[in-house]
Design a protein around this ligand. Structure first.
Ligand SMILES: [Zn+2]
Length: 173
């Protein structure tokens, strides 16, 4: 499956993703095609809507202590639901759909999650650190929310200006 990353301000990113009900070869093929895109673009997480498939599916691969992302650490979360969250943490986030832009974003520090794996089996996951942050970031994508939506008015204004300039420079080069 050939996929390309949808970038802001494409309105596709505002779509609400639908629950996955069929765990078939088509879903597996989508997940398998998302993985190399995420790795090639140095991402740690990617939601299906970011490759124009509005379904509740996302993948994550948090770098280990050596900064490597071996495939055995790949997490595939289908229909994720956060059942518990606690604490507060701030991390400088980026997004494959908002390239070259990073901002401090406040998130819950720990969370518990129910989800289904690629075969439809229900799983539970407890997360903290960067994994918990990335899960919240990717789950926001499933409801059409981007991390830049969480910026203050002034920082958002600054972002829009800088992002527009970046897009213009990219077009002309
Ligand atoms: Zn993102």
């Amino acid at each position: 499956m050939r996929l390309t990353i949808v970038e802001y301000p494409n309105k596709k990113l505002r779509e609400i993703s639908k629950e996955v009900k069929v765990f078939d070869a088509k879903l597996h093929s989508l997940l398998d095609s998302m993985y190399p895109i995420m790795i090639d673009t140095n991402g740690i997480g990617l939601a299906a809507i970011q490759v124009a498939h509005p379904i509740k599916a996302l993948i994550l691969n948090i770098p280990d202590e050596e900064g490597e992302q071996p495939k055995e650490n790949l997490l595939e979360l289908i229909n994720p639901v956060i059942t518990q969250q606690d604490g507060e943490t701030v991390y400088q986030e980026g997004c494959l759909s908002v390239p070259k832009f990073y901002e401090d974003i406040k998130r819950s520090e720990t969370l518990t999650l129910n989800y289904q794996d690629r075969d439809g089996n229900t799983q539970t996951l407890e997360a903290d650190g960067l994994l918990a942050i990335a899960i919240q970031h990717e789950m926001d994508h499933l409801v059409g929310i981007l991390f830049i939506d969480k910026l203050s008015y002034a920082r958002r204004k600054k972002f829009e200006k800088e992002y527009k300039r970046m897009l213009k420079e990219r077009k002309s080069s």
